[in-house]
Write a protein that binds this ligand. Structure first.
Ligand code: FRU
Length: 463
């Protein structure tokens, strides 16, 4: 077991591992009064390793309780890892559907085989692997052995499963299966695949498929999308296609990134009790410099975000429940000003700003600095280009997104010990960022000329 040796970057209200390594959120669901979030977990060290399923649960989506490890690898079907997957409720029981990850022994290059498995729980805490695992043994014959991350849902009397995969021609693709009883599965078809002539990726991970405001959304994390006009700059991307049907075939929209920050991957969604579609992502990126590893842990999830469509754009916005974290109004103002500055020794902050451009065609800046006033990042909103650019100091520091120019610019920013999530105009764009700074944070919001700045800053506490 690894232990946490230093608390400096430990999050105050985001989900993170008790110690050790975490990546993707898994098995999001509501079961017997609790929201459950599982996650890819390696308890033995702060590095990726044989994947377990870690587990937390919450009554309110805000306060999370650590639960025992739900899945441990090592059986003949999941020898080398219990990879990502989802959860559904059937007959008052909780079913986890996950990928068994196995290395082919005796090969020089570590070749893998993957299959799909089930584990069942009555109380949502103790899980029994299904005795007849695996429930899907091999992928279709034109697929590579990459075949993972099942997302399951119930529709019109049948269970469906979408899987992330890759064809033998190296096209990323999403496979669709169905089942009458959740245990016996049949292959249906390729739901959608990357166009080899388009920049759509050689492997699709963590697919999720759902309808929102009449639009069919295929949300996924492709590998192998090349940078294009300032977009797709992370090692791997997370975004969505809108799917439609012309009677003969499925038609995909362009691929849109869902978040423009450095640290956002492997999303999963579920429905709340009252029917909202919410999302968590792993707020990190493969191969990123995760400085908390030196302290015996690694990885955190985003805050839960509600998904909404604005036209053809999928927007994410922090769930309303997070207001329960507000413990003190640290700062408030409503006036014409060029520069607002404030500092806070607590990193757990919610910043709400409404900035009135008036007739100004000047840029607006949001700047996060450490105790020595050294810049962590700056975000510049330019009204003429309608581009928002986030800059960190390192070589790969720049990320950008677009925003729509309205009378007012609306910002909601959640900061924690080692992360910042910035939501623009109700979530039409967002940036998710990890950062590593100890001590006080100082924050500036400024423009070159006077603009009206309405600002409320709350200190957050989850106790
Ligand atoms: C995505 C991913 C999944 C896989 C898991 C392994 O980050 O690569 O495809 O199931 O992580 O930890």
């Amino acid at each position: 077991m690894s232990t946490v040796k230093n608390e400096r970057y430990r999050q105050k209200y985001h989900i993170m591992p008790p110690q050790g390594w975490m990546n993707d959120p898994n098995g999001l669901c509501f079961f017997k009064g609790y929201y459950h979030v599982f996650f890819q977990y390696h308890p033995a060290s702060a590095e990726w390793g044989p994947m377990h399923w870690g587990h937390v649960r919450s009554l309110d989506l805000v306060h999370w309780e650590n639960c025992p490890i739900a899945l441990t690898p090592g059986d003949s079907e999941d020898k080398d890892g219990c990879f990502s997957g989802s959860a559904v409720v059937k007959d008052d029981k909780l079913y986890l559907i996950y990928t068994g990850h196995n290395y082919l022994t005796g090969t020089k290059k570590q070749e893998v085989w993957e299959n799909q498995n089930i584990a069942i729980s009555e109380d949502g805490l103790r899980f029994q692997k299904y005795v007849k695992n695996p429930v899907i043994t091999t992928p279709p014959s034109d697929n590579s052995t990459d075949f993972r991350d099942p997302k399951v849902w119930f529709e019109d009397g049948l269970w469906y499963m979408v899987l992330g995969s890759q064809s033998k021609k190296r096209e990323g693709r999403a496979l669709l299966y169905y089942s009458k009883d959740l245990l016996d599965w049949n292959y249906l078809k390729v739901l959608a695949k990357a166009d080899l002539t388009a920049n759509e990726g050689y492997m699709w991970e963590c697919p999720d498929y759902f309808e929102l405001n009449g639009k069919k959304i295929l949300l996924l994390s492709p590998q192998g999308i090349a940078e294009e006009e300032g977009r797709f700059k992370n090692l791997h991307q997370t975004g969505y296609f809108i799917l439609s049907d012309d009677g003969n075939q499925v038609i995909k929209s362009d691929f849109y990134e869902l978040d423009s920050g450095h640290d956002f991957y492997a999303t999963q969604t579920c429905l709340t009790e009252d029917g909202r579609r919410i999302l968590f992502a792993w707020m990190d990126m493969w191969k990123a410099d995760m400085q908390e590893q030196a302290d015996g842990w690694a990885g955190t999830l985003t805050v839960p975000r509600e998904l909404r469509m604005q036209g053809n754009r999928l927007c994410t916005y922090p769930v309303a429940e997070l207001k329960a974290l507000r413990s003190e109004l640290l700062f408030t103002q409503d006036k014409f000003i060029k520069k607002t500055s404030f500092s806070s020794s607590s990193h757990a902050l919610e910043i709400n700003a409404v900035l009135d451009w008036g007739k100004a065609d000047t840029s607006i800046y949001f700047e996060l600095n450490d105790e020595e006033h050294s810049q962590i990042f700056i975000v510049e909103f330019c009204p003429t280009t309608q581009k928002v650019v986030l800059k960190r100091k390192d070589a790969d520091g720049k990320r950008q997104a677009s925003f729509s120019l309205k009378q007012q610019l609306e910002l909601k920013i959640y900061i924690d010990s080692s992360s910042a999530e910035i939501f623009i105009n109700g979530g039409e764009s967002s940036f998710s960022e990890r950062f590593y700074a100890e001590g006080k944070l100082s924050i500036n919001l400024c423009s070159r000329i006077l603009i009206k700045q309405k600002l409320d800053v709350y200190r957050l506490s989850s106790s």
